[in-house]
Design a protein. Structure first.
Ligand code: UD1
Length: 385
């Protein structure tokens, strides 16, 4: 059997790492019927800190093929990926294409494979925010409609698919593959020294006060969604609150995504952020460093989906700066660590005060046990028999 797995952007890398390992293990144990596996990187993310650093630190094999699509509008990224990926499929003729998550690579490669009548498997199927204004929601809907095998992280996602009419034999509840990576790397992250994490990643030329950061005494944030960073009238008040009230209370560590940095510079807010005492601006950080920051933080503020999940398992109280989530299982009302606060300063302020009093309460949804990748591969092998 021949499988092509696809990655494109940063959040894909931690999902594909355990799947690659599951295939290697399967091949070692079954040397008479090995799986031929090719890894394709579409190249949507290309900076060392956004891409190759993750391959190295997570032990992902180098991509067999890099389509080098790079940045561009959504149509450009999706269109160019489809053209380039079609050539790969015609040449390689795989039995399966495996896509993960909800980025543009996920959409482009699943459509291309399906049109060539190649079977598609989607890892992390069934998540729905209900917000069709999000590019990721469009990617999820299209990918899931086309996929032959829908591997879901939780029972709610399986129900979403059933509600949309997906046939039962296409759906398999396997758990959350990101948590395989978290468990595999937990120890390495714990060993990271907090000061070293900061010093090695500072985003600008500045002195760092070594005594500033202590476990449980700082907040960490990430923010990159177009809905939060692309409009000055949204970003500026949010940033003012974060700089004055959050950083006014405790050190606030912010590893900055290239999109967010670009927008800060464009709106003339970068210098102000740099000058804010107690706001520690970092370059995009590697997997272990981000996990370390998350483990030690009193509080997370984020608009990332993956971090909501990691906070849930680590128990870090999390303010999710979105109005909806495709990951409701991570919310407090379902036992998780996260609460939706949108990007309205009043709401963020209220929940910020409220959340500071919350204790760390790790929670592990069913099958978030570090063994999801093996279940993913088993599901593929089962329907290929
Ligand atoms: C993409 C995903 C999003 C995911 C995010 C995580 C889609 C639709 N969105 O959004 O779901 O949460 O990745 O990072 O696929 N850039 C660099 N260097 C890079 C990559 C990007 O400087 O290595 C800059 C580009 O100039 C671009 C901006 O960052 O303008 C945004 O990148 P893009 O790939 O368009 O989408 P993300 O916002 O990263």
């Amino acid at each position: 059997m021949k499988i092509i797995s696809v990655v494109g952007a940063r959040p894909n890398f931690m999902k594909i790492a355990p799947f690659c390992r599951a295939i290697e293990k399967q091949n070692q144990e079954n040397q008479n019927s090995t799986i031929e596996h090719l890894l394709v990187h579409t190249g949507q993310h290309y900076d060392v800190r956004m891409s190759s650093a993750f391959f190295e630190s997570l032990g992902i094999p180098d991509p067999d093929i890099n389509l080098e699509i790079g940045s561009g509008s959504h149509a450009t990224q999706v269109g160019e990926t489809m053209i380039a990926f079609e050539k790969v499929l015609l040449e390689e003729k795989p039995d399966w294409v495996v896509v993960v998550g909800d980025v543009n690579a996920t959409l482009a490669c699943s459509v291309t494979a399906k049109k060539l009548k190649i079977k598609v498997c989607h890892i992390e199927a069934g998540l729905r925010s209900g917000d069709i204004g999000m590019p990721e929601e469009i990617n999820r809907l299209v990918t899931d409609r086309l996929s032959d095998l829908l591997l879901t992280p939780d029972a709610m996602s399986s129900d979403n698919l059933r509600g949309e009419g997906a046939e039962e034999e296409r759906i398999s509840f396997v758990g959350n593959i990101m948590i395989d990576t978290l468990e595999e790397n937990r120890e390495k992250a714990e060993e990271r020294n907090l000061d070293a994490v900061i010093k090695e990643n500072l985003a600008h030329d500045t002195e760092y006060n070594e005594k500033a950061l202590k476990d449980d005494g700082y907040a960490v944030m990430t923010m990159h969604r177009p809905s939060n960073v692309d409009k000055k009238e949204v970003l500026e008040p949010l940033l003012t609150f974060l700089m004055e009230e959050v950083a006014g209370q405790m050190p606030l560590v912010w590893p900055i995504h290239p999109r967010a940095r670009k927008q800060l510079e464009k709106f003339g807010l970068w210098e102000k952020a740099v000058a804010t005492e107690n706001l520690v601006l970092l370059e995009p950080v590697g997997y272990h460093d981000m996990l370390r920051l998350n483990m030690g933080a009193a509080l997370m503020l984020t608009d990332s989906g993956g971090l909501q999940e990691e906070c849930c398992v680590l128990g870090t109280p999390c303010l999710t700066m979105r109005w909806n989530t495709e990951r409701p299982i991570t919310l407090r009302e379902h036992g998780g660590a996260s609460v939706l606060v949108g990007n309205d300063v009043e709401k963020v302020r209220k929940e910020f005060r409220n959340t500071l009093d919350k204790d760390r309460k790790p929670m592990r949804p069913e099958k978030w046990d570090g063994k999801t990748a093996e279940r993913c591969l088993d599901s593929i092998l089962k329907i290929s028999d």
